[in-house]
Write a protein that binds this ligand. Sequence first.
Ligand code: ZN
Length: 683
Amino acid sequence: MVDNILTYSMIDQETVSRIFDTANILEVVQDFVSLKKRGANYIGCCPFHNEKTPSFYVSPTKNIYKCFGCGKGGNSVNFVMEHEQMSYIEALKYLAQKYHIEVKETELTAEQQERHDDRESMLVLNEFAKNTFIRNMTETDEGRAIGYKYFKERGFNEETIKTFELGFSLSDRKAFTDYALKSGYQQKYLVSTGLSILHDDGYIFDRFSNRVMFPIHSVSGKVIGFGGRVLDARTKGVSIKYMNSPQSEIYDKSRSLYGIYQAKPAIARNDKCFLVEGYTDVLSMHQSGITNVVASNGTALTTEQIRLIKKFTNNVTVLYDGDAAGIHAALRGIDMILAEGMNVKVLLLPDGEDPDSFARNHSSSELETFIGANETDFVLFKTRLLLGDAGNDPIKKAELINDIVASIAAISDDIKRLLYVKECAKLMDIEEAVLKDATEKKINKITYQQLEAAQKERERERRQKEMAAQTPTQQPQTPEQRPILNEETARNKRFCEFESGLLKCLIRFGNNVLFEVEKENTPIENVTVSRYILNDLKISEIAFRNVNCRKMLDIYISATGHGGTLDDSLFTQCHDTNVSSFAVNLLVEKNEVSSEFWNKRNRYIPPEKVNMKEVVDRLLSGYKLEIVEQLLDDIQKKVAELENEPNSEERDEKIAALTAKLPIYIKYKQKLSSSLDRVLNKK
Ligand code: ZN
């Protein structure tokens, strides 16, 4: 990730602990949210979602916050990360500054230091370049006459120019390079940032001469690259108007979005992001008052870019120019946004307008009215558009159905998908069942393809890890997120529920005695919840699937040995911020152990009404049943895949080996089901 550049300075562990120990959640939150005292807690309106009645709680004793409206919760570091959209390291530094804690950074290895220095040096040089380009535009005759004039003629005001730090690169082909070298910047960084181009013969010159300059910022506001636009007089005969910084250690165009730094507060506030194509589209909309807008820099949208938006909102509206050719090309990228579980709307501008011109020619209230009236749900928009194209041509209509099926199949939410099937079948005048069937087939196909891709990905990761192990100085790779699989997601959710339930029993009731064991010649032994669960997991060789649950279990075991209950703060103040916010969600409920949790999907029983043994048995049996079902499904899927392959002895052997395992699993499944029934019937 682009923003990881900041994490290369590692804060030493002792400092991290001091920050966690010192930060007071009440003081940290009160810098941003006004709170009222209510009993032992404080309460206010949640800064993360829109609400009129406060459901945002701060507990000074537990040193955590938690919103019962949107579910966000965690410790001071979580709060600063979430509220200020900072990275872990940035949040720590912010808190260190607030509490006057001196930040000690750990010694880096020579290679780490060099890499860190390289990135830092590139960022410093980009900052210098940005400031030079700004000064060029305001302090030189050429800059004022050409660069500044251009922005003014396009209708951009001082504030916009300032907010986006726009500038100008002089026409002299060596102006910037020479100035930077004279100011002490090293040639190698001029080349690695792409600000200068070095020829084989040693001649070095500016990449962006005689262009207006658009700095590209990271989410945290660092200048990671530039876009430069040739000016109108030169565009005649020039096919590419814009030039961007090349890919580098600090700039990855597929992982950045133009305007994200300036837009992020508004995106979070409005819970919505507008997606446009170019730099000036962003500037014009921003200037007209619509500030939650970003551009994909003219490249095809990538999954990484979508995930960048997803950090702030689930709602995306894509803006299109009125001309039909552009729309069809752009439609393709959108299934990807749907697959990320986001809500996508489309806004088609009037014929002949682009977001830039449209925003310039209308007031902000006119814009808002237009958006409100014309924003259309993407799938329905696509269906209507393609229907218009197809007319009465049956072949075209069949193609259209396939196309729509692909979009609907990309939606991961089951209920949402069914609603679309209904709506689109009506629009296309076909049987709902036919469309539903086609969608399901498509999903299965996608799932197989994704399974295959995931398998390859795991293989690649494994190889990478092996290689990394051989070269110890290599930086750890950020594991890429696995593709989202509908079935798998639902199953993972269930695994997580069971694991959370078991963890809760351990942490809350670990010391409770379930029963006593009496053996000859030995004293009576108490079997506690803790011992019972941990033993069972060990014997069954089960490792928790959910990474946060697994980490919490590790913390539990290493802190208690093999038994006992623990203070929640061990989890909620955990330095791993994923674990801490997960733990707050798990452990903090309005009425401590709320009946809601235990009743969820009728799987659990309120603990005060039954004995603990039943609760634990139910959780363990249900959990194992889920695991066995997954094993069975996996076998069936593999067999089905093999059956599609051409006949061969090898294939038949593989199928036989797989099916041979089935009876054992089925028997185990029956055993678990009946023991689960026993627990249930006792009730
Ligand atoms: Zn909230």
